[in-house]
Design a protein around this ligand. Structure first.
Ligand code: URA
Length: 275
C-alpha cells in the first residue's frame, strides 16, 4: 500500500477520489484538490458539534476562527538577561529551568511541566500549542487521542516518536481548562522552545495548528494561508499544518494535512539526510 493510501486509511478517509468541481465549462485550472464525494457530503451534512464535545484543547478545534493569537508581546528587541541565559543553556540546564519555571501563573495550576520528547538529534521537529489534561498528568506531549493520530501521521511518513523526531509545544505548562494561552505566557515560554530548536537544529519544523504557527512565525495570517509555503524560523524551514485534534473531526482538512506532510518530506529530502 502506498504511503498516501496508508495515511488516508489511518485517518479513515475513503480512497476513491473524484474532482470536487466538475461543472461543465469550469476551466481545469480552477478544479480544486480532489475530494471524495462521500467526504463532501459528510462535511456538508454533518451537524457542527459544540466545542465542549471535544476532549482536546478548544483552541485546536477552531483552527480557522479569527481569534487573536498573542504574538504582539513576544519581544523583537534585544534579549533580556533571562532570555540570554536560556539561549546559552545545555539540555540539562534547560530541562531544569523548565521544570522549575515560575515565570508565569501557569506554574500554580500545572501538575507537570511538559518539556518535550524525542530524539535530541532529530531531523524532524514537531511543535504543538500547549499541554492538555493528559499531557499535564503524564508530562509528555500529545498523549491523548490527538497524539494517537499524530503517531499515525508520523508512521505514514516512516517516522516514529523518538526516532529522528522531537515533539514539543510552544507552552510547557497546561493553561487551566485548556483555555487559550495568554500573551505573557507565550512571551515567557518562547525562549525555552527557541533554545530547544537551537540545540536540535532540525532539518524541518512541522508546526501543528494555527496557534503554534502564528506564535512561532509571529504573524496573524490565518492557517489556511500559512499552509503550502515553506517559512523559516532561525534559518530552519517550517511547514505549517493543521492540529491533529482539529483533524480528528475535519475530513477535508485531513487530505490537506497529507499534502502538508508531503511538502515537509520534500523539504527534508532536499536538505539531505543528516550524516
Ligand atoms: N495539543 C497540543 O498542542 N499539544 C499537546 O501536547 C497536546 C495537545
Amino acid at each position: 500500500m502506498s504511503r498516501r493510501a496508508q495515511f488516508l486509511e489511518v485517518l479513515g478517509i475513503p480512497t476513491e477520489w473524484v474532482p470536487r468541481r466538475t461543472a461543465p465549462g469550469l476551466p481545469a485550472a480552477e478544479a480544486v484538490a480532489e475530494v471524495a464525494v462521500t467526504q463532501v457530503l459528510a462535511e456538508e451534512l454533518a451537524p457542527i458539534p459544540a466545542v465542549t464535545e471535544f476532549a482536546e484543547p478548544p483552541v485546536a478545534v477552531a483552527e480557522t476562527a479569527a481569534r487573536p493569537v498573542p504574538v504582539a508581546l513576544v519581544p523583537e528587541s534585544a534579549p533580556s538577561d533571562r532570555e540570554a541565559a536560556i539561549a546559552a543553556m545545555s539540555w540539562a540546564e534547560l530541562e531544569a529551568a523548565v521544570s522549575g519555571c515560575t515565570a508565569c501563573g501557569l506554574c500554580e495550576t500545572r501538575t507537570n511541566t511538559v518539556f518535550g520528547v524525542g530524539d535530541r538529534e532529530a531531523d524532524w521537529m514537531l511543535v504543538g500549542e500547549a499541554p492538555g489534561e493528559n499531557e499535564d498528568k503524564q508530562g509528555e506531549p500529545f498523549v491523548g487521542q490527538a497524539g494517537k493520530l499524530l503517531d499515525n501521521m508520523l508512521a505514514s511518513l516512516g517516522l516514529a516518536r523518538g526516532r529522528n523526531v522531537f515533539i514539543a509545544n510552544v507552552l510547557k505548562c497546561r493553561p487551566p481548562g485548556n483555555r487559550n494561552p495568554e500573551p505573557q505566557e507565550v512571551a515567557e515560554c518562547e525562549p525555552h522552545l527557541r533554545r530547544q530548536i537551537a540545540l536540535i537544529r532540525p532539518k524541518v519544523i512541522v508546526v501543528l495548528g494555527r496557534f503554534a504557527a502564528q506564535s512561532l512565525l509571529r504573524t496573524t495570517t490565518p492557517i489556511g494561508k500559512l499552509r503550502g509555503t515553506v517559512h523559516t524560523y532561525e534559518g530552519i524551514p517550517v511547514v505549517v499544518t493543521y492540529h491533529p485534534a482539529y483533524l480528528l473531526r475535519t475530513l477535508t482538512d485531513k487530505v490537506r494535512a497529507w499534502e502538508d506532510l508531503c511538502l515537509a518530506r520534500e523539504v527534508y529530502d532536499r536538505a539531505g539526510a543528516r550524516t
